[in-house]
Design a protein around this ligand. Structure first.
Ligand code: AMP
Length: 373
């Protein structure tokens, strides 16, 4: 692959057509690129937007080939893509991040082995083919692959609990000691083809039922903890040889320690606040990194809060968006998904500026009103 930056007018192809792909495509177009994306659903958020939608499964090498044929450079919005597909794509066009990065991340065991190998702190864990491999309770058991947004994982308090959740073990799992964290934080960091890095102010995350509910930035942690977290994320990106945006989810412990929970080798939900709070969003930053452009600035214009809008908000029909009219500093973003299932990420809103703190405290009230509860 030549080191030349992707020239304006060329096409960036994205494996995956969800909201992350769409937001990447919007950023790519704003930088002067043409865009393509691959997804099985013709009405997937990114396919509604890109210049060249390609309908096909991200698990199908032939579909990836069709995407590669209309693209000059490839990237992805989703890490759970089969290695055969990534390798086929990378054979045809430059692909960032490289398939070797995904091979580490895709499976929770190989990801945790990587963390162990490089000495990055994490919770106690082990492989579990069945409940017999779980050494103590309570624990969290997670499927090794294809678990996300709280899917494919359960907190088990006893052997009886494990027996009741037998189906979880139908696929290989890992068990993890439950971390008594003080806060969940994430580092959104970009690494360019040339190895330069840029980190955004730390995100502080609130999860509910294993799904991100809300993020505030900057996170309420000491400068020392923030610097430690960024150094850790940078070391992770370097050890992986990652190119693009990467999110490192961390548990912050009461004693100031940090444990890695999870690495996402892509733009991340906890970085959505950058869309409105930063001159260069995580999406533009990812495109810059993979395209070989200089990285953009990561400072915030002011404090920010992001709240996810999940499918349950649609239980009584379209939420009453007029309630958001006139809220200062509020930016609503809907992803254009045709059906709203509980737990499905349908959109989010971001509040930037003085009202952010208040929004953090009133988000539940806001969501209840939107849902007409
Ligand atoms: P994950 O899909 O691994 O990111 O897990 C989703 C969420 O479940 C995390 O953001 C935490 O809120 C919680 N969680 C996952 N693993 C652990 C753990 N080992 N200890 C405590 N909480 C956890």
């Amino acid at each position: 692959m030549s080191d030349a930056a992707l020239a304006a007018g060329r096409t960036l192809g994205i494996l995956g057509g969800g909201q992350l792909g769409r937001l990447l495509a919007e950023a790519a177009r704003a930088l002067g690129y043409k865009t393509a994306a691959l997804d099985a659903a013709a009405d997937a958020p990114a396919l509604q937007f890109v210049d060249m939608p390609v309908v096909g499964s991200v698990d199908d090498p032939a579909a990836a080939r069709r995407l590669a044929e209309v693209s000059d450079l490839l990237t992805l919005e989703w890490e759970l893509i089969a290695s055969s597909v990534l390798e086929e794509a990378a054979r045809l066009r430059p692909l960032y991040p490289a398939p070797s990065v995904l091979a580490v991340i895709r499976d929770r065991k190989t990801q945790r082995d990587f963390l162990t190998r490089h000495g990055f702190a994490q919770t106690q864990w082990g492989s579990a083919q069945s409940a017999a491999d779980v050494p103590y309770y309570p624990v969290i058991v997670k499927r090794r692959t294809h678990g996300y947004d709280g899917k494919g994982q359960a907190r088990l308090s006893s052997a009886a609990d494990a027996a009741a959740q037998k189906a979880l073990f139908d696929a290989p799992c890992v068990w993890e000691k439950i971390v008594p964290f003080e806060k969940e934080i994430s580092v959104i960091l970009a690494r360019g083809r040339d190895g330069q890095t840029a980190a955004y102010p730390l995100a502080e995350n609130l999860h509910r039922g294993g799904i991100l509910h809300a993020t505030r930035a900057p996170a309420r942690v000491s400068e020392e903890t923030a610097a430690k977290a960024v150094a850790l994320a940078r070391a992770v990106a370097e050890a992986l040889g990652h190119v693009g945006v990467l999110a490192v989810e961390l548990f912050a412990l009461p004693d100031g320690g940090l444990l890695v929970n999870e690495i996402a080798p892509r733009v991340h939900n906890s970085g959505h606040y950058t869309l409105n709070a930063c001159a260069c969003s995580q999406f533009e930053q990812h495109v810059r990194a993979v395209a070989g452009l200089p990285l953009g600035p990561t400072e915030m214009k002011g404090p920010a809060v992001m709240v996810n809008l999940l499918g349950e908000l649609w239980a009584k029909g379209e939420p009453d968006w007029s309630l958001l009219d006139g809220v200062p500093g509020l930016n609503l973003r809907l992803y254009g998904k045709s059906s709203a299932r509980p737990g499905r990420k349908m959109g989010h809103y971001v509040v930037v500026g003085d009202a952010a703190e208040d929004e953090w405290n009133r988000a539940d009230e806001r969501l209840a009103a939107l849902a007409r509860l």
